[in-house]
Design a protein around this ligand. Structure first.
Ligand SMILES: C[S@@+](CC[C@H](N)C(=O)[O-])C[C@H]1O[C@@H](n2cnc3c(N)ncnc32)[C@H](O)[C@@H]1O
Length: 331
């Protein structure tokens, strides 16, 4: 269930594991900005980098320590880890070869010739160029391993000083991931990780009250799609299966003490929602097998009809991705 939810809600591009396609993932990253004020400085960040920044502030790391980056993807959080902790060593674990290859390119570990042949998007190329300029100084402090973190065996037991997991845990079975973390982490060390509102029901900001996945606009779109083809019920997929108690229980069974150290609400812009999330929702919720082009046509028509219906734009409450941050310490 959780993986179908993740595939539906991730807003990524291909079916199955949406993260096989690192180019699509980084295209999203390269195309949207998040502007933040940090002390006296205003920052223009890419979306996952902004999330990583908030998350990694809760990690305590010291010089020469080895820090795991769980589900390191295309290396976005790995770079933020090093930018906040320039003297640590990062070990990324990633199950998708497509994502990992891009991370290796972005950290100067491969020349990227094959990758660059596939790309003709100036924003993406510019984003990679800037990333590589920033990452160059850390390139010898980073290693990426290809594998499923729930099963990998090639990390020395109790050799790791800390871990981060930016938008990773909900892709896995929590018990299995924490069992692995227990093996690899030293005692009293912690992992900081976050999640999303289709996975976690925050007590102050319940998903059903604030979460963008409950926005009526989506219902109008799926109603439109439903006039043409059969679709799954998206609202039941939006119901999160965890709260703080269930997370504390599962992680404590694996030897960890977990606290929720922060929560933030990320406003979801309607344009981003329409461009990025809606097509992924529709694609994954359509029941019959259809070609990409057929799905694209149906989606565009549904979006156009929904936008022309003033009622579809009335819901101004469900506008947020609610992101909890947890710190789990090995006892
Ligand atoms: C939402 S992305 C986040 C990527 C990265 N942490 C970032 O900040 O951009 C989740 C990543 O976790 C990876 N992943 C999912 N399940 C995994 C597993 N069992 N082991 C390792 N990586 C996994 C996915 O392939 C994907 O790259």
């Amino acid at each position: 269930m959780s993986n179908l939810k993740d595939a539906v809600f991730s807003g990524s591009v291909s079916q199955g594991n949406p993260h096989q396609d690192g180019i699509a993932y980084d295209t999203y990253e390269a195309n949207f900005n998040v502007i933040e004020q940090d002390g006296n400085h205003s920052l223009i960040l890419t979306p996952y980098r902004a999330e990583a920044k908030k998350l990694i502030k809760h990690l305590f790391a010291e010089k020469d320590q080895r820090i795991l980056d769980l589900g390191s993807g295309t290396g976005i959080s790995t770079l933020e880890l090093l930018s906040q902790n320039p003297e640590v060593y990062a070990l990324g674990v990633e199950v998708s070869e497509g994502m990992l290859q891009i991370a290796r390119y972005k950290f100067h570990q491969v020349n990227g010739d094959e990758l660059l042949k596939q790309v003709d998007d100036s924003k993406l190329l510019r984003y990679w160029q800037d990333f590589r300029t920033e990452s160059e100084r850390y390139k010898d402090q980073v290693e990426f391993i290809l594998g499923d973190f729930q099963e990998i065996d090639d990390i020395e037991p109790e050799s790791i000083d800390g871990a981060i997991g930016n938008q990773f845990m909900h892709w896995t079975d929590l018990s299995k991931s924490f069992k692995q973390l227990y093996r690899f982490l030293k005692r009293d060390r912690h992992v900081v990780w976050n999640s999303a509102s289709h996975f976690y029901d925050d007590s102050k900001f319940p998903s059903s009250e604030y979460g963008f996945r409950y926005n009526d606009f989506l219902r109008f779109i799926l109603d439109e799609v439903g006039k043409r083809v059969r679709v799954r019920d998206y609202k039941t997929l939006s119901i999160p299966e965890h709260n703080l108690d269930s997370i504390k229980t599962i992680t404590s069974e694996q030897g960890f003490e977990t606290e929720q150290v922060a929560t933030y609400l990320l406003p979801v812009d309607l344009q981003v929602f329409i461009k990025n999330h809606v097509p992924a929702f529709v694609r994954n919720l359509i029941i019959p097998k259809m070609s990409k082009n057929e799905i694209k046509d149906i989606t565009q028509e549904a979006i156009a009809n929904a936008i022309n219906n003033p009622k579809a734009l009335e819901d101004t409450q469900h506008k947020y991705e609610i992101i909890p941050i947890f710190k789990s310490t090995k006892r």
